[in-house]
Design a protein around this ligand. Structure first.
Ligand SMILES: O=P(O)(O)OC[C@@H](O)[C@@H](O)c1c[nH]c2ccccc12
Length: 252
């Protein structure tokens, strides 16, 4: 089943995010393997990068810790392969464009596809400049995912939806990743606008950390993406499993 078809299935689903290599790759492998078997729709795996523009403090710190621990793109792809081998939920890589260029775009796309990865999110390629990289990714059989924000004009939403094949990532707050006490005041209007421009699934992310916030997205989004709240659990030395189960029950 394609990533898009999976996310279009029954109601709101959950996509947890892990930073690969935080606190080390063995933990990412172990936690990722467990999480894909909890009923999540997909898992987003971040590749750490030294200049992460859109990352808030929690994800930035996790990325720095991963880099300090010697995490490489090769290592991330190996862990992605181990998680994908569970055959329980698709693995989506989230990476800035520089690590992809450093690795070589063709090689990156081929190795990710070989690892069993389903799709790639590259947040810092403006959709207007995305044609080459998107072609390389889709040629390897991977899905592309582009982001739209509350500030995106209609034509940008259309362009992002046209360039995406897996789902459209709807950033539900203005700014960087990280837990917020409240969702965007017009999150439902924003999601409705994106949905009016595409048949692809629409996933909401940025600032979603609680079961209550997840439940507010029911019937408005196809998936909720939760990053910082999960990274926080790992920072506190806790298994993120219980939080993920709580968030999952809010999807129903
Ligand atoms: O951490 P949050 O607020 O729950 O947001 C998800 C997010 O962390 C994850 O999707 C992500 C991490 N880094 C990114 C950079 C750009 C876009 C998305 C991301």
């Amino acid at each position: 089943m394609t990533l898009a078809a999976r996310l279009k299935q029954d109601g709101l689903s959950l996509i947890p995010y892990l930073m690969a290599g935080h606190p080390d790759l063995d933990t990412t492998r172990e936690v990722g393997r467990k999480l894909v078997n909890t009923g999540i729709a997909a898992i987003e795996l971040g590749i750490p990068y030294s200049d992460p523009l859109a990352d808030g403090p929690v994800i930035q710190r996790a990325g720095q810790r991963a880099l300090d621990a010697g995490t490489t793109t090769e290592g991330c792809l190996e862990v992605a392969a181990d998680i994908a081998a569970e055959q329980a939920a698709p693995v989506i890589l989230m990476t800035y464009v520089n690590p992809v260029l450093a690795y070589g775009p063709e090689r990156f796309a081929r190795d990710a596809a070989e690892a069993g990865v389903a799709g790639v999110i590259i947040p810092d390629v403006p959709v207007e400049e995305s044609a080459d990289i998107a072609r390389t990714i889709t040629a390897a059989g991977l899905d592309t995912v582009f982001l739209v924000a509350p500030t995106s004009p209609d034509e940008r939403i259309v362009a992002a939806a046209t360039a995406s094949t897996g789902f459209v990532y709807c950033v539900t707050v203005t700014g960087i990743t990280g837990s917020r006490s409240a969702l965007h005041p017009d999150v439902h209007g924003l999601l409705a606008k994106v949905r009016s421009h595409t048949d692809l699934p629409v996933a909401a992310g940025f600032g979603i950390s609680s079961a209550e916030q997840v439940s507010l997205l029911r019937e408005h989004a196809d998936a909720a993406i939760v990053g910082s709240a999960i990274v926080n659990e790992l920072d506190a030395g806790r298994d993120p499993g219980p939080l993920v189960r709580e968030l999952l029950s809010a999807c129903k």
